[in-house]
Design a protein around this ligand. Structure first.
Ligand SMILES: C[C@](O)(C(=O)O)[C@H](CC(=O)O)C(=O)O
Ligand SMILES: [Mg+2]
Length: 301
């Protein structure tokens, strides 16, 4: 009822432990707090909170327009709805290294389990688009050092993302990843790897957990869980997938309403009222106050 029952520091400790297990952790992106509950019920290992989704949700492109306050608010809303660890996209850290420090503390207060900071210039863009530019190594390293020094819970995972692969190739990505790990990054997010062998090369180069980004319509092929396991990835995100699925369904539903004058034909594919009530735990609230749920719910699954 109401919120997650696991405090943030325990989720962070559990996340650290899971990452060291050698198992590939699967973290779909939640597009709202409710979808985080679905991700948890389906048995996933964690919840990703995507910057692209936060921006898209507000009707904005993913070019660094969202503010730290907006991102932290969403991070808190999602984190408090799930017992799973959450990993949030902190983009470039919202400014200079001192801003990065504030970003880390603000996101830590929001209850996330980890965050990633990337080495793109401001304004940033989606990592799977052409024409990205990255900052020099010194600036990238300063961002990570500031992030690591700012956290108060030693288990808050600071992940360094590098976007340099698209501009300067795999060799540069490996060099950059090593520098970021030396600067204190707990994990690495090599963005826009071209194929499995690139993940494998990155894996061999650094000895911290490595993330694979399986975003659709991007630069990377959509590798399966077992393929990613075989190259030593520790974590896989499906950052925008649930939003794409939901928006695809919404668009088809609206087309049907226009064409048919009613949504009758769509009802079979909708989440039922009963399932929604199960997900938001009406029964739990009723145990607290029996007047909450004293009605019949039609259409049980
Ligand atoms: C992971 C990512 O940073 C995100 O914001 O979810 C995006 C995803 C996307 O735009 O497909 C990225 O890869 O840059
Ligand atoms: Mg992003």
């Amino acid at each position: 009822m109401l919120y997650s029952t696991v405090p943030a520091h325990e989720k962070r400790a559990a996340f650290r432990q899971a990452l060291s297990s050698g198992r590939l952790l699967r973290m779909p992106g939640a597009f709202n707090p409710l979808s985080a509950r679905l991700i948890e019920q389906k048995g996933f290992d964690g919840v990703y909170i995507s910057g692209a989704v936060i921006a898209a949700d507000l009707g904005l492109p993913d070019i660094g327009l969202t503010t730290l306050t907006e991102v932290a608010t969403r991070g808190g809303q999602i984190s408090r709805m799930t017992n799973l660890p959450t990993l949030i996209d902190a983009d470039t850290g919202f400014g200079e290294p001192m801003n990065v420090a504030r970003t880390v503390q603000t996101l830590e207060d929001a209850g996330v389990s980890g965050l990633h900071i990337e080495d793109q210039v401001n304004p940033k863009r989606c990592g799977h688009l052409d024409g990205k530019a990255v900052v020099d190594a010194d600036t990238a390293v300063k961002r990570i050092r500031a992030a690591v020094d700012a956290r108060r819970d030693a288990n808050l995972l600071i992940m360094a993302r590098t976007d340099i692969r698209a501009a300067d190739g795999l060799g540069a990505a490996i060099d950059r990843a090593k520098q970021l790990v030396d600067a204190g990054a707990d994990a690495i997010f090599p963005e826009a790897m071209a194929d499995l062998s690139e993940f494998e090369a990155m894996r061999a180069a650094v000895d911290v957990p490595m993330l694979a980004n399986m975003t659709e319509f991007g630069k990377s092929e959509l590798f399966s869980v077992s393929e990613l396991e075989s190259v030593g990835a520790n974590l896989v995100i499906y950052p925008v997938s649930l939003l794409r699925i939901a928006m695809g369904a919404a668009e088809r539903g609206l087309d049907a309403l226009v064409a048919e004058g009613s949504l009758k034909s769509e009802v079979a594919t909708m989440q039922t009222r009963a399932r929604l009530y199960e997900l938001v735990d009406y029964a739990g609230y009723n145990a607290f106050d029996s007047s909450v749920f004293d009605f019949e719910v039609p259409d049980a699954r």
